[in-house]
Design a protein around this ligand. Structure first.
Ligand code: ADP
Ligand code: ADP
Length: 222
């Protein structure tokens, strides 16, 4: 799907957030980027998403074509929902940005909410939902345009342990069902081992990929 070749990123203040980071991502992969705070996990994820550009190295997409908007779903640590908009409106947003008419989007929005266990909550405002439910809305929003690649930046870090475990199980089920690729940032070795098939270990100062580990704790979608 994607090859990262010796990516480097140095911020204007001199911080070398990433050096020589190389990685190959296959269709259907579930990769965890694991390491302590400041090792460049978020930076690497943002480079893959095209939200930031590398200073060195290159990103090669198989087929030569970078993904169109909507082909990558991004989930941030704090669900980042529009506070004044309902769950359905929040999930509709990426479709609206791509010019999909509200009238035709209903079934896709409903399906995305149902897929994350939120049927019946379409009209709810973010403040009326628990932290776990807000994260589910955020995941539904990332999935509504059926992305080939789902990028997740510590999505469950702010949740209590029970809620987190529930969402981890549900994310694995979603991944098996949708067979999209996932890159998941975490500093929890438990979470990396439980979720991912490949664990990419990173260290800080400068941010680098140290090694890659295969995890067989979870079953693959095949
Ligand atoms: P994490 O991913 O570990 O939860 P963040 O990605 O929010 O944390 O930030 C990681 C580190 O990067 C923090 O120390 C933060 O202060 C620093 N940081 C983030 N954005 C900026 C910025 N625009 N300028 C300077 N430092 C930043
Ligand atoms: P992680 O996600 O692993 O916590 P980050 O990719 O957020 O790490 O950050 C890597 C390093 O780059 C950290 O030292 C952080 O403080 C620094 N950093 C991140 N964003 C910025 C920024 N916009 N400007 C300056 N430094 C940054």
């Amino acid at each position: 799907m994607l090859t990262l070749e010796r990516l480097g990123r140095r911020f204007p203040n001199g911080t070398e957030a990433l050096r020589d980071a190389s990685l190959r991502l296959q269709q259907g992969d579930f990769v965890a980027l694991l390491g302590p705070s400041g090792c460049g996990k978020s930076t690497l994820l943002r480079l893959i998403a095209g939200l930031d550009a590398p200073d060195a190295g290159r990103i090669h997409w198989d087929g030569g074509q970078a993904p169109a908007p909507g082909e990558i779903g991004f989930v941030f640590q704090d669900a980042t929902l529009l506070p004044w908009a309902s769950a359905a409106e929040n999930v509709f947003l990426p479709l609206r940005l791509r010019g999909v008419a509200r009238g035709t989007a209903g079934p896709a929005v409903q399906a995305a909410l149902a897929r994350v266990g939120l049927d019946g909550f379409a009209a709810a405002l973010p403040r009326e939902l628990s932290g776990g439910m807000r994260m589910r809305v955020s995941i539904a929003r990332a999935l509504v345009s059926r992305p080939r690649l789902l990028l997740m930046d510590e999505p469950f870090a702010a949740l209590d342990e029970f809620t987190r475990h529930g969402l981890q199980e549900d994310l694995l089920a979603l991944w098996r069902e949708l067979s999209c690729s996932v890159v998941f940032v975490t500093h929890s070795i438990y979470e990396a081992c439980f979720l991912a098939r490949r664990i990419v270990l990173m260290t800080p100062r400068p941010g680098r990929i140290v090694t890659e580990i295969e995890s067989r704790l979870t079953a693959s979608p095949e």
